[in-house]
Design a binder for this molecule. Structure first.
Ligand code: FAD
Length: 420
């Protein structure tokens, strides 16, 4: 039974109604406590100065949350895909930039952990992978190492349609890397950059099948961070540009065995749904703010009630309806995420991503309209929530446009079908 704790916000997903496991309930409660006690008070400064949430990462490490998806046998919390995404939504409710960057870090462990376990590979390769991933997991658990996921390159590779232009050339005991990554969240703050790149193989054209997933130490010779970062929203992510010039990485930097990223992207497509929890949290935050504000209970604002106006009540009802449907669809998708999902499950995942990424911003817009002028002041969190929530639809590989494009096509055409 979930206990009611008046000090904190209500859970986004009640254990009883959503039939959460004890572990999910415990981890979500911890995320909510961390978010409301530590992350919410710091969020303004990170946003204002476009500064990385370093202090939050120290707290995440202290609570074991850097290892949330690292298997228990390796010293982590061993959270499942669903458990992690539920916790990430609770974090996103209090600081979007922390939740989004934490997602890049956690995915480095989730994808190399339980997701890879689901892919069939020869036993010797799997055993080698288990040995190898321990190196990365130990760095995280013991030293608080942070991993990022700079995949984007200003081309269609991050959308999943062409090979990455960043090249890994096999050399003695490892690879030599050359390339550039844009929008690299955690640039200058991660300990390792987990890049996707194409392995250069003699006499072979670059192919997506030869995608490698490698962890490059941030302080390795040839790695540089360039450009500034002064965007509309998600300012604390510090997503600057990374340059790799003749960077050597040893064999153990491989986060997945050869060919396995290509396999995972096709067989575990919900891996790309992991950007969505941050925005589910932001949608909830917009409603939380509105209710407190209209009741005259928002800390730091005068206790003026505005809830008696019918137009405000109707808007809150609209926000509640949009949020409930977004959360219900999202919960279904994170609950059914699995290897080799059915075509209907994949369609639902696209619909979920679109609904969350567009829906969070719509709810934030309604919040601004109904709370009124004073609520858009920068000193209050709603203004930041509005800007942060605009970013979700732009994130590859499942931007809002790509979701529409794919959902329309797979709904109207069977595999291989054309109009010729
Ligand atoms: C706050 C924030 C943090 C980010 N952090 C990271 C990160 O840590 N790692 C990372 O790898 N990336 C990150 N990104 C980058 C993100 O995924 C995009 O690569 C980036 O926003 C560049 O997008 P673009 O719109 O300029 O891309 P473009 O390539 O110019 O694409 C423009 C639009 O065209 C559409 N499009 C593109 N390719 C196709 C296609 N093949 N088929 C159909 N439509 C297509 C898409 O809708 C896309 O939005 C981040 C972005 C933001 C906003």
């Amino acid at each position: 039974m979930q206990s009611k704790d008046l000090k904190f916000d209500e859970p986004m997903f009640e254990s009883k109604a959503f039939q959460l496991t004890d572990e999910e309930e415990k981890i979500c409660k911890k995320a909510r406590e961390l978010g409301s006690e530590k992350f919410a008070p710091r969020a303004y400064q990170y946003d204002d100065e476009a500064k990385f949430p370093t202090e939050n990462y120290k707290d995440l490490h202290k609570e074991g949350f850097l290892g949330i998806c690292i298997p228990k046998e390796n010293g982590g919390l061993g959270a499942s895909f669903r458990c992690y995404t539920l916790a990430a939504a609770e974090i996103g409710r209090y600081c979007g930039s922390t939740a989004l960057t934490w997602n890049m870090h956690v995915c480095s462990t989730l994808w190399t952990g339980s997701l890879t376990d689901d892919l069939n590979m020869p036993n010797n390769i799997y055993q080698e992978h288990r040995k190898q991933r321990t190196i990365h997991y130990n760095r995280i658990i013991n030293d608080g190492a942070i991993y990022s996921q700079p995949f984007s390159e200003s081309g269609s590779a991050a959308a999943g349609t062409t090979p990455f232009s960043t090249i890994a050339e096999p050399v003695k005991n490892g690879w030599r890397i050359n390339g550039k990554k844009i929008f690299a969240s955690l640039a200058g703050h991660a300990s390792y950059y987990g890049i996707l790149c194409t392995e250069k193989l003699a006499d072979k054209e670059p192919s997506q099948k030869n995608t490698l997933y490698l962890a490059i130490p941030a302080n390795q010779e040839g790695v540089s961070v360039i450009g500034d970062w002064n965007p509309l929203g998600m300012r604390g992510t510090v997503s600057r540009t990374l340059i790799f010039k003749d960077v050597f990485v040893p064999n153990e930097s491989a986060l997945m065995p050869r060919g396995m990223y290509f396999e995972a992207a096709r067989r575990w497509p919900h891996m790309f749904l992991t950007l969505s929890p941050t925005y589910v949290g932001l949608a909830q935050a917009a409603l939380d703010f509105t209710v407190k504000y209209l009741r005259g209970e928002l800390p730091g604002t005068p206790p003026i009630k505005r809830r008696m106006y019918p137009t405000k009540q109707i808007t809150v009802a609209e926000m509640q309806i949009q949020l409930e449907s977004l959360k219900a669809l999202w919960f279904q998708s994170i609950s059914e995420a699995c290897v080799d999902p059915s075509p209907a499950q994949i369609k639902r995942a696209y619909a979920t991503q679109f609904s969350v990424m567009e829906g969070a911003h719509k709810i934030a817009q309604l919040a601004i309209r109904t709370c009124g002028g004073q609520a858009m002041l920068k000193s209050l969190s709603l203004e930041r929530i509005l800007r942060d929530s605009r970013c979700g639809s732009l994130m590859l590989p499942w931007t809002a446009e790509i979701c529409l494009d794919r959902l329309g096509k797979v709904s109207l055409y069977n595999p291989g079908e054309t109009d010729q």
